[in-house]
Unconditional design. Structure first.
Length: 256
C-alpha cells in the first residue's frame, strides 16, 4: 500500500521517524510536536491497518511493519534517519537494526521487549477477550488502564474519558488489532550487528503491560545500549513523564 504520512519540523535537521505502538496512530506523538519540531525534521504516519492507512490485514509481522517504515521514508525522500518507537514501534526499530543495509542511526525504544513473555501475552489475551465478550467500549476503557498508571488516571479523568471516546471512534477493527497482536507475539530479537545503531532503552517500573525486566534483557542483548528506568510513568511514560522523557531523548539524539 502507499502510506500517507506527515512531515514537519526544521528543514535540514536530523530526521526522526516516530513509530507508535499497538494503536498505530501518528496522533500518539502530538504532545511532543511543539518541542521536537524546533530541533528535528519529523516524519509521522499511521501504521498499516490504522487511521488514514486503514485496510483489512491478513497475517502480519513486525518485519512487514519495518518494510512499511522504509516505504514511508522513501516517499518522504529520507535516506538516513533515527527512530523513536513506543513498544511495537521499538520492535520495528529492532528489526531495522538487524538488517544488513540498515539506514537507521539511532533508536529510542520505549517499554519494548526482545520477545513476548507470559505476562504481556496474558494481557493481550485479556484485551481480546474483553473486546469479544464485553464490546468496544469496555476494550477502550481497559486500554487506558494498561497505558497509564493509577496516579495519572486519578489526576486526569476528563482526558481519560476523551481518549476512550477517541479510541472507540477510530478503532482499527477486531480483525486488524488481532493481526497486529499476532505480529507482536511472533517477534524475536535477531542477532545484533557489530556496528549497529546506537540505542536508548527507556522503561518504567510501574508499566502494567510490559515488565521492566524486558528492557533489562534488551540492554544485555544489545551491545552499548543505554538503559534509563523511570520509577513511575506506566506504559505511556512519554506522556506521563513528558518533560523528563523529552529531555532524555534530546540528550541521546544530540550526543556525540
Amino acid at each position: 500500500m502507499q502510506f500517507k504520512h506527515l512531515r514537519c519540523g526544521r528543514e535540514g535537521a536530523r530526521t526522526v521517524v516516530l513509530c507508535s505502538g499497538l494503536g498505530g496512530a501518528q496522533g500518539y506523538w502530538t504532545p511532543h510536536l511543539d518541542a521536537w519540531s524546533k530541533d528535528y525534521d519529523l516524519v509521522l504516519y499511521d501504521q498499516r491497518g490504522t487511521g488514514t492507512n486503514m485496510e483489512p490485514l491478513g497475517p502480519t509481522t513486525i518485519a512487514d511493519m519495518a518494510d512499511d517504515l522504509l516505504e514511508v521514508c522513501e516517499a518522504a525522500g529520507v535516506d538516513r534517519f533515527d527512530v523513536i518507537g513506543h513498544a511495537l514501534g521499538g520492535l520495528v526499530g529492532f528489526d531495522l537494526a538487524c538488517r544488513p543495509d540498515c539506514r537507521m542511526d539511532r533508536l529510542v525504544a520505549i517499554n519494548a521487549w526482545p520477545e513476548i513473555d507470559a505476562h504481556t501475552a496474558r494481557c493481550f489475551d485479556i484485551r481480546l477477550a474483553t473486546l469479544a465478550g464485553q464490546g468496544l467500549e469496555a476494550f477502550a476503557a481497559l486500554q487506558q488502564n494498561f497505558l497509564y498508571p493509577p496516579f495519572w488516571i486519578a489526576a486526569h479523568p476528563d482526558r481519560i474519558a476523551a481518549e476512550e471516546a477517541h479510541a472507540v471512534a477510530h478503532f482499527q477493527g477486531a480483525d486488524n488489532v488481532t493481526a497486529r497482536i499476532g505480529a507482536l507475539r511472533g517477534f524475536r530479537l535477531g542477532d545484533w550487528p557489530a556496528e549497529g545503531p546506537k540505542v536508548l532503552l527507556i522503561a518504567s517500573t510501574d508499566d502494567a503491560l510490559v515488565d521492566v525486566a524486558q528492557s533489562e534483557r534488551l540492554s544485555k542483548a544489545i551491545p552499548g545500549a543505554k538503559l534509563v528506568i523511570y520509577s513511575q510513568g506506566g506504559h505511556a511514560l512519554n506522556i506521563t513523564q513528558q518533560q523528563r522523557f523529552e529531555a532524555d531523548v534530546s540528550a541521546f539524539l544530540t550526543a556525540g
